[in-house]
Design a protein around this ligand. Sequence first.
Ligand SMILES: N[C@@H](CCC(=O)N[C@@H](CS)C(=O)NCC(=O)O)C(=O)O
Length: 202
Amino acid sequence: MSSNQVPTLHYFNGRGRAETSRVLLTLANVEFNDIRNTLPFADDGIKQKATYKQLPYYIDGDFEVSQSLAIENYIANKYNLAGDSLIDKAKVLSIQQASYDISIPIFTNDTDEKKDLYKNETLPRFLAAWEKILVENGGKYFVGAKLSAADVSAYTTLENLFAKNFKDIVDKFTTLTNFKSTFETIPSISNYLSKRPTDLIF
Ligand SMILES: N[C@@H](CCC(=O)N[C@@H](CS)C(=O)NCC(=O)O)C(=O)O
């Protein structure tokens, strides 16, 4: 692949809404330009190009797309990580969307009441559902019999939870914690994690 064919993922210097796409590309062994724009987001350059003037924004040859979940799905479909059947594709998307339901409140809950509800009710409910799905599917993969975008979304979400002081809650779900540890031993992932830039934001 010549350098001008390498896809480019524009985001900021943090995991945020781009990390799942970065990990998907890593798992698929796809070389990519990991562009980390500075904040405040200058009103020129990529901001002018991005559909909604927000990031992440993904460029693959002539194709350009906004919205993190659309980018994740494009990458997952292109590199056979989106599920092998119609039903598996729906199951993968269900985990991907649950990931956003889990992750977004970490950053947006702005009152003690909302934070308590999240910690005591919402998060345990979502994690219990994930534990059940994973156990019922054999404990190794969230969907089907091989790694998929569902596993990547679940991994990056669990990693966010560890980073944001919810490890004690995740630890109550042993299949999920084992899944996280095992995912980190995949050679391409372990290599990526060891070289990943330190987050400045998110
Ligand atoms: N729904 C969009 C949300 C994108 C979004 O809110 N991006 C933020 C960073 S997480 C951004 O570009 N902020 C800079 C700005 O709005 O100037 C997605 O998931 O991609």
